[in-house]
Ligand binder design. Sequence first.
Ligand code: PNS
Length: 189
Amino acid sequence: MSKVSALYPGSFDPPTNGHLDLIERGAKIFEELVVGILRNSEKIPMFSLAERFAMLKTLTAHLKNVRIETFHGLMVEYAKSIDATCVLRGIRAVSDYEYELQMALMNRKLEPTLETVFMMPADKYSYVSSRLVREVAQAGGPVKGLVPEVVEQKLREKLEPAYKLHDEMQQGTPGTWGGKELKKRKRKA
Ligand code: PNS
C-alpha cells in the first residue's frame, strides 16, 4: 500500500489544545501529516501567519511525520499539490457537524479523489475553540488548560493591557467592578 499523506487545514488562530490533540491522533494513523495554515486575506487574524507558523512548529517538534505549511486559495488544490489523499478535520460536537459536512461535500464535489476524515479530540477539549479562547483572552481571562503554554504566553504578551486590567479588577482596584464601589454596593444589599 502506498503511504497515506493527510492535510489538516485550518486557521489555528491561535492553536488550541484541541488542535494539538487532533494533530497527535492524526500523526498516529497517517504516515505523513501536513498542518496547513490558511493565509486568508479577508480576515484579520489575532496572530500573524508567521506567529501561528512558529507556534505550531514548536508544538509539533516532537512529531517527526508532521510538517507545518501555509496555503492560500482552494484547499483541495493545495492538497493535490502536496499529494495529500486525505483531509483531516476535527468534530467536537453535533454543532460542528453541519458545517463540516457541507464543507466536506463541497470539497468532494471540487475534488472527488480527496477523502475527508473526521476525528474527535479528547472530550475534555470538546468545548474549546480558537474563537472562544480569543474571546476569553481579550477580556484578560484565564486560558490555562485550553491552549498549550507557549500559546498562553503569546496571548499574555499580545494582550498585556487586557490582562493587566483584569488583574487590577481582581485585586479590587477602586473604580473597577471588583473595587470599592462594588464592595460598598454589596455591603448595602
Ligand atoms: O479552522 P477553520 O477556520 O475552521 O478552517 C477552515 C478552512 C481553512 C479549512 C476552510 O476555510 C478552507 O478550506 N479554506 C480554504 C478555501 C477553500 O477551499 N474553501 C472551500 C471550502 S468548502
